[in-house]
Write a protein that binds this ligand. Structure first.
Ligand code: MN
Length: 247
């Protein structure tokens, strides 16, 4: 079974910068070329810089990406979407209109004789209590309801202050290390417990494959500076770059 994993596109809804537009063009091209190549596309979180679907409204700036996802699904590829720390307030739009499977927190899959665990990774960083409390707060059902009562233009303006990500606005080095170390620790624990052979995450924006005993921890990286993705098939896991930085 051929599986592709992408994460951390952080697709923008605000007026995109030239870089954002370039990144968006890459991802749209990549998804068009993915048709017929994979049985499963795993969207490993932070695909959209913010997600909300109101009762009658979706964010129109996402239309190009939604079309590509729909076309990929229609071509026969199963699409599984894991929430990230930017996109978790899902309604019925993705499952009902695009046929995308929404998974809560983690996705367990048996493929090619391997047990694979996918998750975004934001719950596995270490010494990050402030974020973990914020995470719990923002996911309370009443927070989602309040956000949904706001006019979309206002809601998205507020949301943008919470969800800015760019090539130039990287986490400070100590935070990046914390993210990487936490994710790797979690993967080691899972692999050594025998729960999974492969642990696949995003969130760190650090594309990597690390052997752990007889298994692997792999991170799909991002589409802000790396344009990276993972391919998993009977031969194992491969880390690939759609278009390397500076090319
Ligand atoms: Mn993230």
């Amino acid at each position: 079974m051929r599986i592709c994993v992408i994460s951390d596109l952080h697709y923008k809804y605000l007026k995109p910068s030239a870089e954002d537009a370039e990144n968006s063009a890459y991802i749209l091209q990549f998804l068009a070329e993915a048709q017929g190549k994979y049985e499963i596309m795993v969207l490993c979180g932070d695909i959209f810089d913010l997600w909300y679907d109101w009762q009658h409204t979706i964010i129109k700036q996402y239309f190009p990406l939604l079309v590509k996802l729909y076309e990929l699904k229609e071509s026969g590829c199963r699409i599984v979407y894991l929430p990230g720390n930017h996109d978790f307030w899902f309604g019925d739009f993705l499952p009902e209109y695009l046929g995308i499977e929404l998974v809560d927190e983690q996705f367990d899959l048996k493929a090619n004789g391997k047990k694979i665990l996918f998750c975004h990774g934001d719950t596995h960083t270490v010494n990050d209590l402030r974020y973990q409390l914020f995470r719990r707060f923002i996911r309370l059902p009443f927070m989602k309801r309040i956000f949904g009562l706001l006019h979309p233009d206002l809601a998205l303006k507020l949301g943008s202050s919470l969800s800015r990500t760019s090539r130039h606005r990287k986490d400070p080095a100590h935070l990046r290390l914390k993210k990487n170390a936490g994710l790797l620790n979690y993967a080691s624990k899972i692999i050594r417990s025998g729960y999974a052979d492969y642990v696949i995450m995003g969130h760190s924006h650090n594309p990597i494959i690390t052997p752990i005993d007889s298994g692997f921890y792999a991170n799909s990286g991002d589409w802000i500076s790396h344009h990276s993705y993972l391919e998993i098939d009977a031969g194992g896991i491969n880390l690939k770059y759609y278009k390397k930085q500076g090319e």
